[in-house]
Each structure stands twice: as C-alpha cells, then as structure tokens.
Design a protein around this ligand. Structure first.
Ligand code: FAD
Ligand code: FES
Length: 286
C-alpha cells in the first residue's frame, strides 16, 4: 500500500456558517468530510491546525476551533484578512455559503500537550480572536470523559468590545456551569454590557491564579502577551509552565519547504505550540 500524499487536500463541504462578531469579518465555518474514510483518518488534538485550500486562490493554515470530542465535523474560526488588499483565501471563504466545497489538509503541527496538562490546574488566557484553539482545548477538557483528568480550570478571556467576543453562547454556558471558573472582560463595555471591564493583563492580576501545580496557556495579540507574561512571572509561573501558540507565514505545513523556520525549529511541525522556555532557546528573528 502506498502512503497517502500529504500535499493532496481532502474534499470538505461547508455545513454551517456562524457570524461571530458585529464587525462581520470573523466567521466560524463548520465542515463535513465528503469521504467517510477521510473523516475517520482525520484524528486531531486541540492546538493543531489544517491547511484550507480554495481552487484558484491558494492555501491558508488555520487553527482547529472544534474539539475531537465533537465528532462528525471540524470547525475553523476565520478572519477575513487584509484591511486594504483582501487576503485571497480568507476573503473567498467569507464569500462562500453552506454547501460550498473546499480542500482541507491535515491535521498538522503539534497540539496542546495533553499528557503534560493532566492532573494540573489549567489557566487559559485568551485575547481577541486568538481564542480558537483555546476553545478547542477547553471543550476537550470539559467533556465528561476528560474532565476528571484535569484539576481546576480557569478561563480569562477578553476582547476590545462585547461585540468582538467569540463563541458568545458557549461563554455564557461556561459561566453558568460547575467545574470551571470563567472570567470574561472587555476593554470597553456598551450600554447593554453588565460584565467586567479592563484589559486582560489587569484582570489576570486581579484573578491572581495560583502557580501551584498549574500551567498557563496563553494566546492573544502580541501586545496582550507582552503585558500578560510579566503578570504570570510575578505570580510565580515558570517558563516551562507557560505555553503559547505561534503564527508564522507557512507553505507546506509539514516541515519540508523551510518557509516557517525559526532557528532550527519549524513552526509548522515542531510547533505551533511551544513553552516559553522553548521559545527562549530560539533566535530572536521572529
Ligand atoms: C498555525 C496558524 C494558525 C492560524 N490560525 C488562524 C485562525 O484560526 N484563524 C484565522 O483567521 N487565521 C489564522 N491564521 C492566519 C491565517 O493563516 C492567515 O490570515 C491567512 O493565511 C491569510 O490568507 P489569505 O490567503 O486570506 O491572505 P493572503 O492573500 O495570503 O494575504 C495575507 C495578508 O497579506 C496582505 N497581502 C497579500 N498580498 C500582498 C501584497 N502583494 N502586498 C502587500 N500585502 C499583501 C493581505 O492584504 C493580507 O493582509 C493562522 C496562521 C497560522 C500559521
Ligand atoms: S511551512 Fe514548510 S517547513 Fe514549515
């Protein structure tokens, strides 16, 4: 039997499109596989990504937003790229509707290190729309088969405005359920907002999660990361116990073309998930 060619995309169909934000430039696309065999072979873990391709436009790496505990489909939350010049693939996707067909290659990259996270308290920190693979991790940990494998789960998630929060239904569900402490914040509320206001780093400082047997999983815009890390160092989290996910320009996604390397690491295949201790070993050219 010959090995499956990793460059050949699998055909998938858009089965659902969800408008996530009031600016209408971020949508969650649910895809179902057109071949049952592809669906069975697509075994992923939270933190991995896939290459989505549109004929005549190109391919884009996108983090997987659904959890493997949600069988039958795979979801991606995608921002229409490019304020001035539209991003080729993401703009074409945003113009597609349910029933549209595209190609999907993956799953690619490493995942959030589930075995390392087991039996630990998990602090998930997200900012803006970089919450997608964190949502996958949260839904994975909260699943009834998995919840007892992890300690306390704290989520701190922020967006600039209430209208820019992703997954609003899920957030309010998590806020109501047991076994998870969900703290949502916005930089600036509106007339209807009754929740917390404040930047993510300040909220992390106020919530002050204990570093004892804990791992922080942090994703967000660079400015948020820059101001959040010192808070976690001050709280006593070590660099080994702070994880993040990197985004780099990519081509093959499988460690062959050299497009995404930082020093001796390929972000596509050694990452995109790294601990802060691992990132510190790399040259500062990213
Ligand atoms: C591991 C990983 C995970 C990711 N996860 C997500 C995710 O979950 N959701 C998500 O939305 N994105 C995600 N991204 C980012 C996503 O891959 C990019 O936004 C996407 O590839 C853009 O593709 P595109 O074809 O739409 O844009 P492109 O056509 O490649 O353009 C990208 C940008 O470059 C600009 N540009 C293009 N051509 C030119 C030019 N000639 N001159 C100047 N500027 C130009 C465009 O205006 C645009 O801003 C992820 C990236 C990585 C690496
Ligand atoms: S994208 Fe080709 S090596 Fe990473």
């Amino acid at each position: 039997m010959t090995a499956k060619n990793p460059y050949i995309p699998m055909p998938v169909e858009i089965s659902k499109v969800i408008d996530e934000v009031d600016t209408q430039d971020i949508k969650t696309f649910r895809f179902t596989f057109l071949n049952k065999e592809d669906e069975a072979n697509f075994k992923y873990m939270p933190g991995q990504f896939a290459e989505l391709s549109i004929y005549g436009k190109g391919e884009s790496p996108i983090g997987i937003a659904s959890s493997p505990t949600q069988p039958g489909y795979v979801e991606f939350t995608i921002q229409r790229a490019g304020a001035i010049l539209p991003g080729l693939v993401t703009a074409a996707l945003h113009d597609m509707e349910e029933g549209g067909k595209i190609g999907l290659r993956g799953p690619l990259g490493n995942s959030w290190p589930i075995e390392f996270l087991e039996k630990k308290n998990i602090v998930v920190v997200g900012g803006g729309f970089a919450f997608t693979t964190l949502r996958s991790l949260i839904n994975y940990m909260l699943h009834q088969d998995n919840r007892s494998r992890f300690g306390e789960i704290t989520i701190i998630y922020g967006a600039r405005t209430p209208g820019l929060l992703l997954y609003k239904d899920e957030l309010s569900h998590w806020q109501k359920r047991d076994g998870i402490n969900t703290v949502i914040t916005v930089d600036k509320g509106d007339a209807t907002w009754k929740g917390r206001e404040g930047f993510v780093p300040a909220v992390c400082k106020a919530v002050a999660p204990s570093p004892k047997n804990a791992v922080a999983v942090i994703c967000g815009p660079p400015i948020m990361i820059e101001f959040t890390l010192p808070v976690f160092f001050e709280l006593g989290f070590s660099k080994e116990n702070i994880l993040t996910s990197m985004e780099m320009r990519m081509k093959c996604g499988i460690g062959k073309c050299g497009r995404c390397n930082v020093g001796y690491k390929y972000v596509c295949s050694d990452g995109p998930v790294f601990s802060l201790a691992e990132l510190e070993e790399l040259p500062r050219d990213f």
